[in-house]
Design a protein around this ligand. Structure first.
Ligand SMILES: [Zn+2]
Length: 57
């Protein structure tokens, strides 16, 4: 089960479902929107996963 998640609304209009995962090791990375804006960045014993939420209608 995921630790937590939230919705990130990018300034370009896309919405991302961001899920946080705990790691036993340190990780440093980022998730970037298709428009180039950073959705989330991290540096520590966590990682994030961003999935695009498709607007229907
Ligand atoms: Zn964007």
């Amino acid at each position: 089960m995921s630790d937590s998640n939230y919705i990130h609304s990018c300034s370009c209009g896309l919405k991302w479902n961001v899920t946080k995962h705990k790691l036993t090791m340190r990780d440093k990375d980022r998730e970037v929107c298709t428009c180039g804006e950073i959705i989330v960045s991290w540096n520590g014993a966590v990682m994030y996963n961003a999935r695009l939420i498709e607007d229907k209608g």
